[in-house]
Each structure stands twice: as C-alpha cells, then as structure tokens.
Design a binder for this molecule. Structure first.
Ligand SMILES: Cc1cc2nc3c(=O)[nH]c(=O)nc-3n(C[C@H](O)[C@H](O)[C@H](O)COP(=O)(O)OP(=O)(O)OC[C@H]3O[C@@H](n4cnc5c(N)ncnc54)[C@H](O)[C@@H]3O)c2cc1C
Length: 504
C-alpha cells in the first residue's frame, strides 16, 4: 500500500466548522504494479503495519472518509488520520465467491474497497445497469464514511445505507483481520475468504454493532453491498397545505387516501420541508416514485441556483448568513425563493437525482430521529420554539426512514422521522440547537442524534437513547479488538461519549 505522509499538523472538516491538531495525515493508495486482488491484500497488510506502528508508538489512528461530518469523529487529537479515498477498487462477485446458503441474487452483490465515494460507486454501477438501493441526498461521502454514521435518504420502506451492507472486511489489529457477516444471512464462500486471506466470523450481534461504529472498530477495508437493477425515479416537489391530511400521512406513512402527484400510490421517497416564515403558502412536499429503467428520458437539470430534485437543504442553506433577527424571515424566504423551484414529473436514475457533491458556505447541520408517531408534535414544538427563542436562520425538514438493523443506528424507531436543521455557522444556531434538544427532552419525546452531524451527546443521553444496545456495542468492540488496538482506535469524542470502556 502506498502511504504518503503529508506532514499536515492540522486538519479541517469540509464545512470548515472546526480545526483539529494532528500528528500527521497519511494519504493511502493501492499499489498500481499489482493486480487488483494482490493490491487489495497488500493494502490489508499495509493497514496492519500501520496499526502495529501505532501500538508501538502509542499513537491513535482514525480513518477518514470524505471529511463531511460535523463532529470530530474522523479525527484524532495529536494522532494520525488515514485518508482512505484513493482505496477505491471494486470487485464483481462471481458465484464461486458466494456461499451456497446465500439467499439473495449473486448478480446484486458488489465488493467495494471502503474509500469508494458514493458518486464513484454509482457511476460504476450505472455502467452495469445497476444502482445503489439508497444514499444520502448528496454523494461526496465514502462508502465506509457514509455507513459508519448511518447516512440515510428518505427511502422509508428500505432504510439507511447500512441496510445494503451484507459483509465487512475489518482490520481489527496488527495480527488479525476478519470477514464479518451475519450468521443469519451468510454471504461468502470459503474461496472468497481464502482469496482475502482472512478469517470468517459469522455473528449477527457483532455485525450489527460494527455497521455504525464511526471508526471505532478498527479499519473497514472492504464492504460487500447489495445493489439492484437500475431504476428511474419519477420526482415531484409541490407546495401543499400543512393540514390534517398531510399531517396524517407524515404520522402514519399510510398513503391509501393520499392526494399526491401519483394519487395514493406509495412513493419510494417522501419528505416535507417547513419554512416557518411562509407557512401560509404550505409545506414543500417531495415525492419520488420508483419506475422500471428505460432509456430516452430527459435527465433532471438543476435550477439557476444549481439545485436539483434530490437536493436537501444542506445543499443551499450554506448561502445564508447570520443577520439581525428582524431580517431573518426575509432572508430565509429570499434564499428559499432562489433555491427551491417546484418541479413535476422529472425523471432520473438514483445517482442523477441524489447527485450533489458541492459544498456551499460555512453551514451547520443537525439531525435527530424519532418515531413518526411524534412527528406533528415535534413540528408544532419547533414552530412554537421558533416564536419563543428564534428566529432560527433556517428551515425544518422531515425525512422518513425504516428502522436500522445497526445496533447504534440513530434511525432506530420502527418507522423513524429524521428532522434536519440546516443553518449558517453561528453561535445563535448552536444555541437554538441546544434549546431544541432540551425541548424534546422536556416533552418526553425519545430521539437519537445523527452521529456525524452537530449533536450534544453525552453518556447519560446515550444511555437513555440506546439503553442495552449501547452496552452491546461496547461489548462487541471489546470482543473484536484487543486492548492495544482499542486504544489506537479511541479518540476524544469516543471518550466524551463514554463508549471507550475496556471491559475486564
Ligand atoms: C452536504 C452534506 C450533505 C449531507 N447529507 C446527508 C444526508 O442526506 N443524510 C445523512 O444521513 N447524512 C448526510 N450528511 C452527513 C454525512 O453523510 C455523514 O456525516 C457521513 O458520515 C460523512 O461521510 P464521509 O465519507 O465524509 O465520512 P467522514 O466524515 O470522513 O467520517 C465519518 C466516520 O466514518 C469513519 N470512517 C471513514 N472511513 C472509514 C473506514 N475505512 N473504516 C472505519 N471507519 C471509517 C470515520 O472515522 C468517521 O468516524 C451530509 C453531509 C454533508 C456535508
């Protein structure tokens, strides 16, 4: 494996909201002289050497994906960050690599190195007439980076990105790397295990824990993912009154009496955006319907602000700036007016709809998941809070996600609504966030924080949000990593969250 030591002493996240002091940033790459498999196995050894050195020099390590997170989860104070983006090989999976007991379709499987970006994978899959099953709204994350925080879209009958992962190649220490998959859903054959020169571990609890583990379970070198046939999305965004019938859909995801663009057809994606400064004109409602792929459609085009059908508020809220409170409604309306254009019957494949790699401005984003049972209570609470302590220089967005199988997936409710609060970087935004979390707790509304977005997690909150699941996650980490390796993959935020416990 190529290891380029950049000598960088600081690292800043992509949204420029924090800077971390580091010992170094290593850019990693595959050896070009070797064939794909040898190069992959050489990178496995390279990772093990890095862990071995880190143990010897007592230096913490952390894998870096796209650097898109707002929390210091990909960084390690005074440690070494590993830039994985150039580790982007993909392997087609042959029947020889698949267990006879695999219940899925081998043609759907793709084995990808962890540094592949979501956009890269989508591009590759498109050539094969295939598609990712879901993604976030934007596509600049790496595969491992996205999955490791539970990145989601609004595919409410499928779930978040961890749901398409069926196998993990984990480097857990200097002398051990494993292929981890569920015992209840075996995927790979002995031949596959031999080709990676690895050890097979089939265990549902360990797998579910490792899925969303924000860099704390060692280094994810590769992932087996399930893809599907290329499909089109028929997309709409319309203004609808925020009335009882819309509220009923949001609270039940029952579309049987819906009057949406395709009547009562159940959409693939459904999301609602409330602008507290323009409620009289209704909510922005986005619906997307899955259609069989056929060529000859007109791919979507962004509007004058470069915003397309799949973009979430994070794509344009960074253009807002903090202004005097009296000006906030005017400014939010102006930015929305310029950024959000209603559209109907726009077609595109998944990667054409969710295709934004551009980051605009110094933006903050926070997101919490709660049960859809509470969605209208939360929406009202937000509108009230904005009156009481606002104005918040942003909007309230609601997406819907099926429950995650990941032990620490924050979309942990049977049917989860994720509320996103995107706003300019400022003390006011941070302060508004704090008051929102307090308000949710005062109202006894159970919720979970997006691990990669701005959050105020602490051990008490983690205990009340995840209960026994948090203990299972810690136990799984202790089972997979030895004490020295756990130390290497511990960073300050893991300690702050109380998830670094070493069990006797
Ligand atoms: C513009 C924008 C839009 C966004 N839209 C959405 C959205 O629609 N939905 C949503 O849920 N989130 C969204 N997010 C949040 C984002 O998806 C998450 O923060 C995601 O984790 C970032 O992925 P990344 O590749 O940048 O990873 P990073 O931020 O670099 O890292 C995330 C975590 O993954 C770990 N990691 C990375 N690679 C590896 C590896 N090889 N092995 C082990 N651990 C690893 C890191 O250590 C870190 O803990 C958005 C963020 C931005 C900036």
């Amino acid at each position: 494996m190529k290891v380029i030591k950049t000598g960088d002493k600081t690292w800043e996240n992509r949204h420029e909201t924090f800077v971390e002091d580091i010992q170094d940033l290593y850019e990693l790459g595959n050896e070009d002289a070797l064939d794909a498999l040898d190069s992959y196995n050489d990178a496995t050894k390279g990772f093990q050497n890095l862990i071995s050195e880190a143990i010897a020099t007592q230096t913490p390590l952390r894998s870096l994906g796209g650097g898109w997170s707002w929390m210091k989860i990909a960084t390690v104070n005074n440690g070494i960050m590993l830039d994985t983006k150039s580790l982007n090989t993909v392997f087609n999976v042959s029947t020889n690599s698949v267990s006879a007991t695999y219940t899925g379709n081998t043609a759907n499987l793709l084995f990808a190195q962890s540094g592949n970006c979501i956009w890269e994978l989508s591009k590759y899959l498109q050539q094969k007439n295939r598609s990712l099953k879901t993604s976030g709204a934007s596509n600049g994350q790496t595969l491992a980076g996205a999955v490791s925080t539970g990145t989601h879209g609004s595919a409410f009958d499928f779930g978040a990105t961890p749901e398409f992962v069926v196998g993990l190649h984990l480097i857990v220490g200097p002398d051990r790397h494993i292929w981890l998959e569920r015992a209840s859903a075996p995927v790979v054959s002995d031949a596959f295990i031999q080709s990676l020169q690895t050890e097979l571990v089939q265990n549902d609890d360990l797998f579910n824990a490792a899925l969303v583990s924000f860099g704390s379970f060692g280094i994810i070198h590769g992932m087996m993912i399930e893809t599907e046939d290329l499909y089109l999305l028929e997309t709409y965004m319309q203004r609808m009154p925020y009335d009882d019938s819309l509220k009923a859909i949001m609270q039940t995801l029952d579309f049987s009496t819906a009057n949406l663009p395709c009547g009562n057809e159940r959409p693939f994606h459904f999301s609602v955006l409330l602008n507290p400064y323009d409620m009289d004109n209704g909510a922005f409602v986005t619906t997307m319907y899955k259609r069989r792929y056929q060529p000859g459609y007109q791919p979507p085009v962004g509007n004058a602000a470069g915003i397309g059908p799949g973009d979430d508020a994070a794509a344009f809220m960074g253009t807002l700036t903090e202004v005097a409170p009296a000006m906030v409604p005017l400014l939010v309306n102006k930015v929305l007016g310029a950024s959000l254009t209603l559209f109907e019957k726009q077609f595109g494949i998944h990667s054409e709809i969710f295709n934004n790699t551009t980051l605009r401005g110094k933006l903050l984003s926070a997101a919490v998941g709660f049960s859809i049972d509470n969605v209208n209570q939360v929406a009202q609470l937000m509108l009230d809070l904005n009156q009481e302590v606002g104005p918040f220089t942003g909007i309230f967005s609601f997406r819907f996600v099926k429950q995650s199988t990941a032990t620490m997936g924050f979309t942990r409710f049977e049917r989860t609504c994720v509320m996103e609060l995107d706003a300019p970087y400022s003390d006011n935004t941070y302060s508004f966030y704090t008051q929102v979390w307090q308000k949710l707790e005062d109202a006894n509304i159970p919720f979970g924080f997006h691990w990669g977005k701005v959050n105020e997690l602490n051990p008490d909150r983690i205990a009340s949000m995840y209960g026994a699941a948090a203990d299972q996650w810690v136990a799984a980490r202790n089972k997979l990593l030895d004490a020295d390796s756990m130390k290497v993959f511990t960073n300050p935020i893991l300690q702050q969250w109380g998830l670094d416990t070493v069990l006797p």
